[in-house]
Write a protein that binds this ligand. Structure first.
Ligand code: SAM
Ligand code: SF4
Length: 500
């Protein structure tokens, strides 16, 4: 995934090409954009391909299987580009960033001599120093995998506005103290850290002043947020959302990814009270079996998860849910898997990410004896996928003939077409003459959904001539309890399934 090119003022004109390849989640997308912000004053402008780049950054993710192998094969592909650039008298600096860098820094340095810099997710504010160090002499390598994230946020430049973008990510929390037995995040991103609320509010106001209408708050465990409030108290996510909702011009608030354990009373109440908080929640459960949940160290039962969902739905009846699931965790029996299917059937999801369990070196589950056979994992994954797909299709189909508020984002692929997003992140296509686009992009209008193809909805404005009007506070007319199901917050914000 490519970071979006920024257009905010930079202190130096573009003289060098920067290519960033982003792997993984929204948090990495956000980090890549911030790296581009850090580098813009040095004259680096984003490029779409690595061919002739002066600096290539692979911003890696360690969550997926064979993550490191993918990075090494990308590094192999970069080698000829680097050599060609050197033959032409130039220099291509190659950097590996992100979670694979954090976990395997020394090994990358040893295995891939073409790499000049390796840095973790918490140190990219120091990129200018790293670059000047590595430029001083060919062969000078930089390895920077320190941890404290507060340092990073204190030193990052202001986020630059991305031209025409009406949606933005804003990282409010990083790291994780939960130590689920299958997961590398606590080892690669470090301990939980929440940014002060005043800083978050300031950044949000600046984004809104620059035309952003929807902000997605990011964190590995975003609802574990406990930032210092401007009133001297600690603020949870519910309190933060209330303050954000007061920003004039901000139409929509989302957050991801949440942990069921951190859904507190105030956050549930916030879902009932804040119209701007979208009724679409990614709440991973991983498994429906208490035995497996305990082995995973998730620290909640299936019944507790159901209870949280019930309370959220009571507070916000139009809420749709998405989740993450892992099949084939060590020791998962047929009965455990049946419990997962039962939970999915009972809850009804609008979408989901689902994965075959795969070992992450250094995590407790990797050394467990009862690893599940891969053929069994594949079969379970396919069964779960069929169920979740049918729920997602049902959810999407249930939108037809309903009225939904749609945030208009950009021109469609065809002439005289605008594309927006429903509250459930479904792309919504509208036939609107090109001449009205400029006035309409960034507004929220009520639309009647007339049909769907795949995951995309088609719609007509409820009131013709709504161009420029803003029905941000329009009532939500989708009923909730979704017998079908919503969609996942995928990295590119579409309705997508990822299986591994
Ligand atoms: N913090 C979030 C939570 O606790 O739900 C999850 C964040 S994790 C970056 C995203 C998802 O990757 C997890 O919810 C899990 O489903 C999946 N995942 C993580 N480690 C995995 C592993 N070893 N094998 C398979 N899937 C894994
Ligand atoms: Fe990983 Fe999420 Fe568990 Fe933290 S809570 S260890 S990020 S799965």
């Amino acid at each position: 995934m490519k970071p979006r090119a920024g257009t905010g003022s930079v202190t130096k004109s573009v003289t060098k090409k920067l290519y960033i390849k982003t792997y993984g989640c929204q948090m990495n997308v956000y980090d890549s954009e911030r790296m581009a912000d850090v580098l813009a004053p040095l004259g680096y402008g984003l490029s779409d391909n690595p061919d002739d780049a002066d600096l290539v950054i692979l911003n890696t993710c360690h969550i997926r299987e064979k993550a490191a192998e993918k990075v090494y094969s990308d590094l192999g592909r970069l080698k000829p580009h680097q050599q060609r650039k050197a033959e032409d008298g130039g220099r291509m600096i190659i950097a590996v960033a992100g979670c694979v860098a954090q976990a395997e820094g020394d090994e990358i340095m040893a295995r891939a001599p073409q790499v000049d810099m390796v840095f973790g997710p918490q140190t990219y504010h120091r990129l200018p120093e790293m670059i000047s160090k590595t430029k001083r002499a060919v062969g000078e390598k930089v390895l920077d995998t320190d941890f404290p994230p507060e340092d990073k946020f204190d030193h990052l430049p202001e986020e630059r506005v991305r031209k025409g973008e009406v949606t933005a990510f804003l990282t409010i929390q990083e790291g994780c103290d939960k130590f689920c037995t299958f997961c590398v995040v606590p080892y690669t991103r470090g301990a939980e850290y929440s940014r002060p609320a005043a800083t978050v509010l300031q950044e949000a106001k600046r984004l809104v002043a620059d035309g952003v209408r929807e902000i997605t708050l990011l964190g590995q465990n975003v609802n574990a947020y406990h930032g210092d409030g401007p009133d001297g108290r600690e603020w949870g996510l519910g309190r933060l959302c209330r303050a954000l909702a007061e920003i004039d011009g901000l139409a929509r608030i989302r957050y991801t990814t949440s942990h069921p354990r951190d859904v507190d009373d105030d956050l549930i109440a916030a879902h009932g009270e804040i119209e701007k908080l979208m009724p679409y929640l990614h709440l991973p459960v991983q498994s429906g079996s208490d035995r497996i949940l305990e082995a995973m160290n998730r620290k909640h039962t299936a019944a507790e998860y159901r209870h949280i969902v019930d309370r959220l739905r009571s507070a916000r009846p139009d809420l749709a849910l998405t989740s993450d699931f892992i099949v084939g965790y060590p020791g998962e029996s047929d009965q455990d898997f049946a419990d997962t299917l039962k939970l999915v059937t009972d809850i009804g999801y609008a979408g989901a990410f689902f994965f075959k369990y795969s070992e992450r070196p250094g995590t407790p589950a990797a050394s467990m004896r009862e690893q599940v056979d891969d053929a069994v994992k594949s079969e379970r994954l396919s069964t779960l996928q069929q169920l979740l797909d049918s729920q997602q299709e049902g959810f999407n189909a249930s939108m037809v003939n309903r009225t939904l508020p749609v945030l208009l984002e950009k021109p469609g692929r065809h002439a005289d077409q605008l594309v927006g997003r429903s509250p459930y992140l479904q792309p919504v296509h509208l036939d609107i003459p090109d001449s009205r686009h400029a006035a309409m992009i960034g507004t929220v209008i009520d639309c009647t959904i007339t049909g769907l193809t795949g995951h995309s909805l088609f719609a007509v404005p409820v009131r013709d001539g709504q161009a420029g009007s803003d029905s941000t506070n329009s009532s939500n007319t989708v009923d909730s309890s979704n017998s079908g199901s919503p969609t996942p917050d995928s990295a590119d914000r579409g309705q997508e399934r990822i299986s591994a």
